[in-house]
Design a protein around this ligand. Sequence first.
Ligand SMILES: Nc1nc2c(ncn2[C@@H]2O[C@H](COP(=O)(O)OP(=O)(O)OP(=O)(O)O)[C@@H](O)[C@H]2O)c(=O)[nH]1
Length: 266
Amino acid sequence: MSSVFGKPRTGSGPPSMLPEVNLAILGRRGAGKSALTVKFLTKRFISEYDPNLEDTYSSEETVDHQPVLLRVMDTADPDTPRNCERYLNWAHAFLVVYSVDSRQSFEGSSSYLELLALHAKETQRGYPAVLLANKLDMAQYRQVSKAEGAALAGRFGCLFFEVSACLDFEHVQHVFHEAVREARRELEKSPLARPLFISEERALPHQAPLTARHGLASCTFNTLSTVSLKEMPTVAQAKLVTVKSSRAQSKRKAPTLTLLKGFKIF
Ligand SMILES: Nc1nc2c(ncn2[C@@H]2O[C@H](COP(=O)(O)OP(=O)(O)OP(=O)(O)O)[C@@H](O)[C@H]2O)c(=O)[nH]1
């Protein structure tokens, strides 16, 4: 069963005939990828949960009066890009996230943009990316100026926004919808492009790792020697994640609420 947010879909009905857009959220640990994903899907800010979970969710959205089934992969690379093919071959567009209060995360986002640029060059296709500076509510602890963010986005020709996962939903939603617009533009240019998925079964013929070919030290492809490209699978099932909201942190007693499918909020 898929994890579906936004407009509910019937579980046993036929697969959605909506046009689909796959969006991968990339960035260093702690940048706020999961918080942004959850904010977009549920309008709630969830302050803590398991950093090792990587899940894909789907949400029926309407962007510019056109419906779309948006699949969002909240990635969980350990410290640097790892086994990148799982999202490089799946996503139509990318949100690259850093946190305004962490220079390290900003540097990490630069590595991801570099990786996407190499992949685009190699596959001769566009991979729209949006650079997203998160934790704007922490601006008093800024380590990265807005100008630096804009300059990095300019270098890679991508859109740039500053948001906060714990402030208003509309800004976060706007960014996700912009990514859908970017993906649509790219899909219109190459309508036959289909996302592929890596499975760990057969060797990928005649393909050396991207890192080896381009010397990108920060990206490792542990499973590349034993992978093969397959058609995209159905959306992964969300695992049960127990999270604490800021209400719980303020020690007020509140009943436990299971939110949609995977998230439990106190
Ligand atoms: N103040 C503030 N904290 C945030 C914001 N977004 C996320 N956080 C916090 O930053 C921490 C990391 O957020 P996550 O969403 O887990 O970050 P992530 O990028 O998914 O990190 P991994 O799961 O480790 O890959 C958590 O404690 C969040 O509560 C934000 O906009 N403002």
